[in-house]
Design a protein around this ligand. Sequence first.
Ligand code: SAH
Length: 350
Amino acid sequence: MENELQNKIDIKSLLLSELEEYMESIGDKKFRAKQIYDWLHNKLVSSYDEMTNLSKKLIERLEKDTELINLEVVDKKVSEIDGTAKFLFKLKDGNIIESVLMKYKHGNSVCISSQVGCSMGCKFCASTIGGRIRNLSPSEFLDQIYKIQKLTGERVSNVVIMGSGEPFDNFDNFIRFLDLIVSENGLNISQRNITVSTCGLVDKIYKLADMKPQLTLAISLHATTDEKRRELMPIANKYSISEILEACEYFLDKSNRRITFEYSLVQGVNDNIDDAKALSKLLKGMLCHVNLIPINPIKERSYARTQNEQVNAFRNCLEKHGINATIRREMGQDIQAACGQLRKSYIENV
Ligand code: SAH
């Protein structure tokens, strides 16, 4: 994991085995790697000076060879309604990303970003308006969780990769991040407590199914015909709904893990009862669950939110047809917790 700009090793993105190789390559003891890994991924320190069991000489060497990625909090907003906290982080190159901490009865969940911006172009989404600026490194995925845990003192038990960006468009870094976060020498979060959301990059669904089948896969479907989906999501020009569903069947075959389909309800576009019937038909017989997300309107588009009554009718129709469905509980509505909104307003105001 070389940092392209400075050619330094991005140490927080290294697996323990790679850190061991590095220690041996500089003529040091292999066991030191475990100590350093523990400081980075368990004790969550931000500097080498805090690693009190390392010699001064080794610290100097580490400072010369490596770069220690630390996100800097530039804003934090806490919802007065439900305690949801949104964090804006500044990256080394000045880019801004956002992450959200949600507190549930079953534990704390952090929603992280996977890219700065996004190139997928979904019409209702604020994250994609300025396009994709760059991919996040594995260390930048991780440090969103680490810093939130440090800042709040709250143990994070669940991770959702559902913030800004398309994780499957940054697949290798996403996979490396997973290897690090599930490591028993790090935060040791079980794959089963991790959910990744994709707009449906079919080739990567197959790839993930072959690699990490114990995660929860969430698919942003949002429409029941390819024609309607193309209106909302440019990725629908590349992959059809039937190709996505076939890939989901493959994932299910490998994992036996229930798939989540996200369906953002846009007034007058995809929220009709006939849409609900069509959705039930598409998903019939599949081990899955539908998460309805009443759209969070963004100022750049004229899409409107479906009325609550219609949202309930949509859900009831799915349930009547045997499809398990929930309405996404709105967390942090008072703090612009929807995808990319806080980042955008921050950038616009500085
Ligand atoms: N790129 C991934 C993850 C990011 S978005 C994906 O497409 O799944 C997480 C979910 O929020 C997606 O289902 C996305 O379509 C949805 N979303 C984005 N902006 C929204 C908005 N303004 N209102 C409702 N849902 C939105």
